[in-house]
Design a protein. Sequence first.
Lengths: 301, 310
Amino acid sequence: MADRATLPAGRATVGRHARRSVRRRPAPGPLLLRQIRHQNLLFWRSPISAFFTLLFPLVFLLLFNALQGDQTIESRDGIRFAQFFTPGILAFAVVSACYTNLATSVPINRDEGVLKRVRGTPLPPWIYVAARVGSAVWVAVLSAVLMVAVGVALFHVEVLWHLLPAAVVTLLLGAACFCACGLAVASLCPSGEAAPAVANFTILPVVFVSDIFYPLDQVPTWLQVAGSIFPVKHFALAVQADFNPFTQGSGFFWGHLAVIAVWLVAASVVALRTFRWEPGISTGRGSVRRGRHRARRPPSG
Amino acid sequence: MPAIRVAGLRKRYGDVEAVRGIDFEVAEGECFALLGPNGAGKTTTVEILEGYRRRSAGEVEVLGFDPERSGVDFRERIGIVLQSSGIHRDLTVEEVVSLFGGYYPEPRPTDEVIELVGLEEKRRARTKTLSGGQQRRLDLALGIVGDPDLVFLDEPTTGFDPSARRRSWELVDSLRSLGKTILLTTHYMDEAQSLADRVAVLAGGRIVASGSPASLGGRDVAEAVISFRLPSGMAPAELPPGLPEALDVRDGQVSLRTATPTRTLEALTGWAVARGAELEALAVTRPSLEDVYLRLTTVDGLADEEALRG
């Protein structure tokens, strides 16, 4: 503590309310950028999240490509496995950076009371949420670049420059969609303790029926249909095709993009309607508090 | 215009009514304390004023705003120190204070705020490494970094050591001397006594008493208690006549209640001096704020304990 905890004179309050309206309010643009920067800082300082988001897909990439990178896939125009698997694992990395990341960290931060504190400041709520999405998309783009770079450097993956614009648009739309899904699930998730389980048990089965680790062109129809319901498969197929030398045209797969967009809109609606800034689930009897804070100190009054 | 005006405020959670119709006003520049046991409705009331909760009934006006319907304009002018709220664990003290300062139109300088709450040495420490008391001081820093007109302090010094507590009181005092309005909730009677201009005691969702800390519950007009040790070898019967009836002797310790302490004291000391005796441990006391508080809230306290035992 300072020797004397006395406030420097600063601004006296009484009778000066009128002047307040002319004070300069922070502009949304810089506020958003600053918030994204802090959110990124947090991501890199938390080794566990960086591990699962970047290292996990990277390990898969190295392992599978090293084992069978040079085999060919008949059902995909006979392209090399590495040329199929690298964009597929890129899709997985984007799902991790956006969906798994937000669906896990947002409920945990909510239980910790981080969201409640932010809600009590003049920071517009949309900026806080946008910054979390922006930061997740930024990590997704980084990990996508990393996957492709490693693929090119070690496994002779070919970047198809004429399909790249389509790949980038697909990537950004997909990232937005998985962020929205992550936020929607975060809103519905009862507590921070349940969040990692909820996030992983919702995404892993979907990933396995989404042509990411293996082309599911010859599996039973019901499995193909099951995968087609969710956006992950459409995202993976579109990105894989944008790395397939036999792809005709500009590489925009409107059917896939449309399904991703529908999920984006639906998940955004759910997230907007159910997003919560405080721990606890609404029941008929009002707010039931949960999580660590309850155990540490019971609410008084 | 009062800084805070509350009239007929009620809050119902399902079939439980946490706040059952309370009224109070806090003038601009005043420090107002809400006292009460756990579950009395303090935090619910404060969180309604902060805009976190919707009221079930009644009127609430804070700095001229209806907190339920107000956004950035309102939040720019208030500072909130919640009872429990987290902070991103992997940012440093400096980063957090500067980040939050950036949300406000006219923040106080980051260094100044860190110094005010005494966290200079923890400036570059990650928030997860702070002790409980240090985290609470960071809470305080984030509550004042926006240079607000009105500060909500929900049990601000819980977990502080005595000296940190006294320093925080000085900080709150200096906030008040700048004309800031302060709404405080606390469990500590000495805190209320030293900081608050006025206090209200909440119990069972109602205000059971309010007034200045000195006059709460009729403290200022209550009977004084005079106590002393009976000189050795003297029997209570030898005490001078004319002492009040309400006299209590236990193990040679005498205490008596009187509405006229000056006259009683004169009679007593005159008698002792005439006999050449010394009245050891002589003291005149009035009921402390704590005594009054316990009397006002005991019924509910007992009810709580019974509920706990099931």
